[in-house]
Design a protein around this ligand. Structure first.
Ligand SMILES: C[S@@+](CC[C@H](N)C(=O)[O-])C[C@H]1O[C@@H](n2cnc3c(N)ncnc32)[C@H](O)[C@@H]1O
Length: 192
């Protein structure tokens, strides 16, 4: 309840940054964690926009031997995330700066297994969505996945997701509102 109130408070103050009326439900979070597929032990999971940590929790449960680096722009979420997930690297910052955050933690794109995102690219201003997509591409080696949830699969067609191939998405009806889990895979540099 406390987490939901925190989320709703941020939604009321920063609608474009939040882009959601409620935290994701457990079924959506678990669908996202399953879409990640298999990771080698130790490969880093980058999570963008963890909010109150529903997806983080599903990732920790499915991948207990993989470090998580979570990037959250909204300061009020950061301390609760650090408290709940003491083993995770929780960065307060923008998803458009991923290479810098990796370097700050002594990591490189070779270490990254997947990027999972709840950042509402459809509602962010100006060129920030494209800068975030470029940042995601910069930290994933070819063949590695980028999983993004959205409430409007159709609206995603207006984005140029350069450097990725798109695989079939998954609809999750049991969520408020119903959501889609989009699945991209980083392409070889020559086909980007
Ligand atoms: C739709 S909410 C999703 C929250 C949580 N992952 C969930 O599923 O309940 C979007 C989250 O993205 C965060 N966010 C928005 N823009 C961001 C950015 N540029 N960098 C990092 N996080 C961002 C928001 O603060 C918020 O926590």
């Amino acid at each position: 309840m406390k987490k939901t109130l925190l989320f709703l408070g941020q939604t009321a103050r920063r609608w474009r940054t939040m882009g959601a009326i409620a935290p994701s439900g457990g079924p959506l979070a678990r669908t996202i964690a399953r879409k990640v597929g298999d990771l080698a032990d130790g490969q880093v999971i980058i999570e963008l926009g963890p909010g109150t940590g529903v997806i983080t929790r599903a990732l920790v449960e499915r991948f207990p031997r993989n470090p998580i680096l979570a990037v959250e722009v909204n300061e009020p979420f950061v301390a609760p995330l650090r408290k709940e997930f003491p083993a995770a690297m929780i960065v307060q910052g923008c998803a458009s700066q991923l290479e810098a955050y990796l370097a700050q933690h002594g990591l490189t794109p070779d270490d990254v297994g997947v990027v999972v995102s709840g950042v509402p690219l459809l509602s962010l201003p100006s060129d920030l969505p494209q800068r975030i997509l470029t940042s995601v591409a910069s930290v994933l080696r070819p063949g590695r996945p980028y999983i993004q949830f959205t409430y409007s699969e159709r609206a995603w067609r207006r984005f140029h997701v350069g450097g990725f191939e798109r695989l079939p998405s998954k609809r999750v009806w049991v969520n408020l509102p119903p959501a889609f889990v989009l699945h991209f895979v980083r392409s070889e540099p020559s086909s980007s």
